[in-house]
Ligand binder design. Sequence first.
Ligand SMILES: Cc1ncc(COP(=O)(O)OP(=O)(O)O)c(N)n1
Ligand SMILES: Cc1ncsc1CCOP(=O)(O)O
Ligand SMILES: [Mg+2]
Length: 580
Amino acid sequence: MDFLLSNTTSASISHHKLLTRSKLQNIFFFNFVIDYCQICTLSDSIQGTRHRFDQFGGLTLKAMPEEKALTVTNGSSNNKTAHVLTMAGSDSGAGAGIQADLKTCAARGVYCSTVITAVTAQNTIGVQDVSVLPEESVAAQLKAVLSDMHVDVVKTGMLPSTAMVKILHDSLKQFPVQALVVDPVMVSTSGHVLAGSSILETFRQDLLPMADIVTPNLKEASVLLGGLQLETVTDMRLAAKSLHDMGPRNVLVKGGDLPSSSDAVDIFFNGKDFYELRSSRIQTRNTHGTGCTMASCIAAELAKGSSMLSAVKLAKRYVETALEYSKSINIGNGPQGPFDHIFKLKRRNPSRLQLFDPSDLFLYAVTDSGMNKKWGRPITDAVKAAIEGGATIVQLREKDAETGDFLEAAKACLEICRAHNIPLLINDRIDIAMACDADGVHVGQSDMPVKTVRALLGPEKIIGVSCKTPEHALKAWADGADYIGSGGVFPTNTKANNRTIGLDGLEAVCLASKLPVVAIGGINLSNARSVMELGVVNLEGVAVVSALFDRDCVVAETKKLNALLTDTVAKVGSEMVCNK
Ligand SMILES: Cc1ncc(COP(=O)(O)OP(=O)(O)O)c(N)n1
Ligand SMILES: Cc1ncsc1CCOP(=O)(O)O
Ligand SMILES: [Mg+2]
């Protein structure tokens, strides 16, 4: 089964001294040069990890309750601090390795401890020296952290010797964790070998079977598969499948440098389903460290309780956003510069720590000033009630409000939404969204063009756009939207003269779309099931106005709709239709 989703990085070893690039290429018959920072790791849901670790060597893992995902905000769950331990090499230039991992976890609100396997001297020109740490030191570092601190997820980068893989295995056996993210770092971008050919077999035999997710880039995947040529998305799928056969629970093959695609395409395979994750390529010199960053971001999101797929999608988005923000920075004189992981520090008003997660579209509550007036409800009460009932995202659609009143209402609603970690979007009014620092906007085909909105709001804000046709959907993707609102699916009284597209129209938009879609228009308790039963993988949820707000009790109606959607999705779940 295939899934197409919208919305991409690595390093290596030598005991002591370096190899020049030409030597490296001769010695390394695989003819690969791995982008030091282009390895990412994906893993599916945490469940099942126990089984695989048991297979490898009797390791047992702590179960991660599903509810954790619901209770976590900003890196903490159950009063515990989400914690990632990174076992990797130090990069003196601080773009990759341990330093990238620390910054990524900090940016994602997760504590990060470190086990240093090697100290590299490197900069934007290349790697000048590698000192591998003594194995006893690595073992002692692991023991020091794991015996004392609660670690949720271990992420590995540069593992320069087979002994270190064994040490990792033994440590995890003694101190189980919830997940292991393996970034199979082998060679630096500049061509420096960071994990020699002698370790390849250990990676295949021992490391991969331990991993919840392994995140090779094209060259690493090729090397792990004995030099297999990877030139197309089809090749990437075959590679993901073959790597999965080596034992990791999930595989993410990163196609950031796939020549045959203008998008950055990654293939995620969980042993059952393939997911094609796409984003547009960001033109920048500052890509050093993207692999490490992607893997540590996945680890951080897992530590906070995300499912594997959500963690991967968020990590891809985080890397993209950081790259976009860092285009203009200029560090070092070499060909590949580092980027800014803590881009949020540049923001005047840091907002939600969380990036857009398409599953937020599950139950989209859209307010209506007329309905609130009719029921005598302040907008803040309407928003609170929808959130209490289980709305996962809120849009303020206040068509009749005066600008000043709208802004005040938006600020008050934003405070409520932030307290519950629910994204708040503004309908039509980019000015209001900017003035209150809302999480994003929703615009229609005749509102401000998406490209202009993106230029005004920057890469981090969520932009939704209304689409009635496959052509609209393709343009929405090209223009930089994050999601599509498609409808009216059914006739509605809420929006005048709105053309109904029906379930067929909705399905056509979903199948053509590289973006996640939310259905809108006349959706209520009696027909929501038929919408979600379309079972198209990128149809994430429903957006509703009257079925929530033109009712006496908003909390009760939202709860009922939430229960119905949850039930339907659970039933439809495994029979999703793919889009291409
Ligand atoms: C989630 C969502 N989808 C579609 C719309 C409609 O937006 P638009 O076409 O701009 O119409 P108005 O809402 O402005 O009347 C929406 N608001 N939200
Ligand atoms: C804003 C909008 N866009 C397409 S249909 C619609 C109205 C949705 O309202 P309701 O859920 O009450 O039908
Ligand atoms: Mg509009």
